[in-house]
Design a protein around this ligand. Structure first.
Ligand code: ADP
Ligand code: TRP
Length: 342
């Protein structure tokens, strides 16, 4: 059986992009593979170190995982920092991670250029890296440790993570060749075949995202969802039959295809093609169909989020299973590297 692993950083509530792009697929995969799904809290510390917010943010994502249907009796669901073995594996892998390749990583360069927007002064400024943490630099090594500790075959992630997966394969290969072993497998980013979706925002262009400020959240109330959908950008309507759709309209239809029944999609497509569409009706229907997906999840989120005993049980059992898997890998790696007990 293949091993699948993925994680999401606890940096905000999950939106429909996270749901259709990642979480719904985790739920589907849990019955087909040996699955590990975790909350990447160590990784969130590289950019969002906030002791007051951290625990609540982890609770949010954990509740959302469970409310969306991840089943702790099937998949291993855990919090990254509950598995200290990953930190030791990162330490060991970091002996073979070279500073220039870490400095060249696209996500590192992106984050540094955002942080550099703030003032950089004094001696360190010469390098342009003043105030940049080694934690951020080593982000890809920790991610490689997340993946390699369970010897995952497939890692369901979005396109933005492909370079990190490439680096993970590279570290696996470098380790194998340095020590003359065939130990680590090379994991692949996994895109769910034909089902790869990019969920658009309702602001006319681009994707739905936490930092884009255009999210339809799993935790949004029905009223908020209706308001957000009714405010969606549209246009003045088609003037010729079968006219190509402008991006904001195509985006409304992309969402409609994700949440509505095929006959509903057909109805509005026909209306558009006959120039009879009323966007107000389309938005009302879209809002109700989004609510039909979100409301049951939201109701479960609230109940789960408040259930300390359940969350404690899920994370304790998840940590125990994840630690067993990770400890076995770590023992092998220590042995390969020559670390022995007296
Ligand atoms: P965000 O872009 O909102 O910060 P993250 O980068 O934390 O989201 O992504 C978590 C997961 O959700 C990743 O696997 C990512 O590929 C997926 N994802 C995020 N936004 C979208 C979207 N609009 N469409 C499809 N998948 C998405
Ligand atoms: N870097 C990923 C993101 O930003 C989160 C993550 C951390 C991850 N470790 C992982 C994803 C291991 C997959 C596998 O979305």
């Amino acid at each position: 059986m293949e091993t699948v692993l993925s994680g999401i950083r606890p940096t905000g509530r999950l939106h429909l992009g996270n749901y259709f792009g990642a979480l719904r697929n985790f739920v589907r995969m849990q019955h087909q593979a040996r699955c590990f799904f975790f909350i990447a809290d160590y990784h969130s510390l590289t950019t969002h170190p906030d002791p007051k917010a951290l625990h609540g943010n982890i609770r949010d994502v954990l509740s959302e995982y469970l409310a969306a249907g991840l089943d702790p009796s099937v998949a291993t669901i855990y919090v990254q920092s509950d598995v200290p073995e990953v930190a030791e594996l990162q330490l060991l892998l970091s002996m073979h991670a070279h500073v220039p390749e870490l400095l060249r990583t696209a996500s590192f360069k992106d984050k540094v250029s955002k942080l550099r927007g703030k003032s950089v002064e004094g001696e360190d400024a010469e390098s342009g890296l003043a105030g940049i943490s080694a934690g951020l630099l080593c982000y890809p090594v920790l991610m490689a440790a997340d993946i390699l500790q369970h010897r995952a075959d497939k890692v369901p992630v979005g396109k933005d993570q492909e370079q990190h997966l490439e680096m993970t394969r590279f570290y696996a290969r470098r380790f194998n060749s340095f020590y003359g072993v065939e130990y680590f497998k090379e994991p692949q980013a996994y895109n769910f075949g034909t089902e790869l979706v990019k969920v658009p925002g309702l602001d006319g262009s681009g994707k739905m995202g936490k930092s884009e400020g255009n999210g339809l959240y799993l935790s949004d109330s029905d009223t908020d969802l209706r308001k957000k959908v009714m405010r969606a950008v549209s246009d003045s309507g088609p003037t010729e039959p079968n006219q190509p759709m402008a991006e904001p309209i195509a985006n409304l239809f992309t969402l409609l295809r994700l949440v509505s029944a095929p006959d509903v999609v057909q109805h509005f497509t026909d209306a558009y093609n006959r120039c009879e569409i009323r966007y107000g009706d389309l938005k009302k229907q879209l809002a109700e169909d989004i609510i039909a997906v979100v409301a049951p999840i939201r109701e479960r989120i609230e109940a789960i989020r408040a259930d300390d005993a359940y969350l404690h049980r899920v994370t304790s059992e998840g940590a125990e299973k994840a630690r067993a898997s990770s400890a076995a890998t770590l023992a092998d790696v220590r042995g390969i590297m020559g670390i022995k007990r007296f």
